[in-house]
Design a protein around this ligand. Structure first.
Ligand code: BES
Ligand code: MN
Ligand code: MN
Length: 466
């Protein structure tokens, strides 16, 4: 057993206790009333980084929530790995659906997690995951076995679109210079089938507003002769997807890159089980774009979904009213080479053209981001695959996920470095949902695996340069 792993085993309980301390801080970025907790969280992390033996620990101010930075530079000749994670979390609501306090972590055993899982908001997304890097690096520093230079940034605005991280990158390109970026903020296929994530989807997110009459109206006195914005909005939305599950926005698919038959076959090597998938989310049947299976529909194909729709009377009892306005939030997950701004533009034109003369439509864009693909020929992919094969003792397959981490494409643009998505969560972790949890097995497995990434990545580059 290597020295770092020995050290990890000796400090197992403390690693967990320290994670719990971070999980107790409700660092919710979407709600400004938690801004003190955001600062508290950044400070707690920087304290931990210092105690873990990292240098140049700094809380960097941005226009929004601070970025925590630290590094350990051992030799400028050696490669530098930049670790990225986020300490902000999603709001915990709906609170009544949590079986335990979202900010008071507890360990519970489940069928999938016989060794227990940590229940808390942020346990998997992303505190439990970025913290594996801190503890892996600590074990390497304390045993004097760190094989390369490491830098780490932990941001506090990922869940609200990383709005200020782009300028932070641009203003700190030399500080953040690196050969590769390593991120644990995704999941593996299962604990038995480890995977390296090779693709993320992009995102375009809009809010739409429809205005009919200039005030709410009595639905008896006016109903029948005036446009009801909720009725109109519903039929407009219904027309956005056709009977084959294709999105009808003009030009939507123009830039979509189809996978090569080889890449498609590689993805489908994963033993995706449609029946289990349905069962796990309580569905009798799935649906989606014709010609693709559920695994493909959730990873390599673009989608359009209404995330929320509101208007009119939703309180107790019945109120007879034709509302003046109706609203919806609509997201589109994108794939290479769809451009989020272009898609937002296409959506806006299409959606506006659908509206009858009787209503006024406004489309407001929210944050978005590009899709991302890591080729399996990349040295970072190879190092991650080797590292996971070493600690899981199983063949590692590439996995494309449907989620988005918009900053990843900016890393490439601004820092000129590829990102390796070596996450250790499971899709059943309930991230963004009540009862979010992260396997204790996954937490320790990540800490064990990360040092091998550093080792194999460094060895491979050394070989190339000699
Ligand atoms: N960590 C997730 C993204 C993720 C999770 C990717 C699992 C792949 C697998 C991240 O924190 C997240 O929630 N991203 C948002 C986008 C963001 C702009 C709010 C998303 O995907 O909805
Ligand atoms: Mn995340
Ligand atoms: Mn998230």
């Amino acid at each position: 057993m290597n020295k770092a792993h020995q050290y990890q085993l000796e400090n197992k309980q403390r690693y967990l206790d320290e994670l719990f301390e971070i999980l107790r801080i409700p660092s919710i970025s979407a709600d400004s009333s938690y801004s003190k907790e955001i600062i508290n969280c950044a400070e707690t992390i920087s304290k931990n980084l210092r105690e873990s033996g990292l240098d140049h620990v700094e809380i960097c101010q941005t226009k929004g929530n601070p970025v925590v930075y630290a590094d350990k530079i051992i030799n400028s000749e050696l490669p530098t790995v930049l670790v990225y994670g986020h300490y902000d979390v999603q709001p915990a609501d709906p609170l009544n659906l949590w079986e335990s306090d979202p900010f008071d972590p507890i360990i519970k055993k489940t069928d999938i997690h016989p060794e227990g899982a940590i229940y808390a908001r942020g346990s998997a997304d992303d505190k439990g995951q970025f913290f594996m890097h801190v503890k892996a690096i600590e074990s390497l520093i304390k045993t004097d076995t760190l094989p390369c230079n490491v830098k780490i940034i932990v941001e506090g605005e990922e869940e609200v679109g990383s709005v200020n991280l782009g300028s932070f990158l641009k203003e700190n390109t030399s500080k953040l210079s690196c050969d590769i970026i390593l991120i644990s903020d995704t999941h593996i296929f299962s604990n038995q089938i480890p995977t390296v994530t090779t693709g993320l989807r992009g995102l375009s997110y809009v809010e739409v507003e429809l205005e009919g009459p200039n005030r709410d109206l009595h639905s008896g006195l006016y109903g029948g002769a005036v446009p009801n914005p909720i009725n109109v909005l519903s039929s407009m939305i219904a027309s956005l997807i056709d009977k084959d599950g294709k999105i009808t926005v003009k030009g939507f698919y123009d830039k979509v890159i189809e996978l090569t038959p080889e890449d498609r076959a590689e993805l489908n090597k994963l033993p995706f089980n449609e029946e289990e998938f349905k069962k796990s989310i309580g569905l009798n049947d799935t649906e989606g774009e014709k010609g693709y299976n559920s695994l493909e529909r959730t990873s390599i194909r673009p989608t359009l979904d209404v995330n929320g729709i509101w208007g009119g009377y939703t309180g107790e009892g019945a109120k007879t009213v034709i509302p003046s306005k109706a609203y919806a939030k609509i997201s589109m997950r994108l794939v290479p080479d769809q451009n989020p701004e272009e898609i937002t533009q296409l959506f806006t034109e299409h959606f506006t053209s659908l509206a009858p003369k009787s209503v006024k439509v406004t489309v407001t864009p929210h944050h978005g981001g590009n899709a991302y693909v890591l080729p399996s020929t990349d040295p970072g992919y190879k190092a991650a695959k080797l590292a996971m094969e070493k600690t899981f003792d199983k063949e590692v397959l590439p996995y494309r996920t449907g989620g988005s981490i918009p900053i990843v494409s900016l890393f490439e643009e601004v820092l000129g470095a590829k990102s390796v998505l070596m996450g250790f969560g499971l899709d059943s972790d309930a991230i963004h949902s009540p009862n979010e949890h992260y396997g204790v097995f996954n937490f320790y497995k990540g800490i064990e695996t990360i040092p091998y990434f550093f080792k194999y990545y460094t060895e491979n580059l050394k070989k190339k340069n000699s």
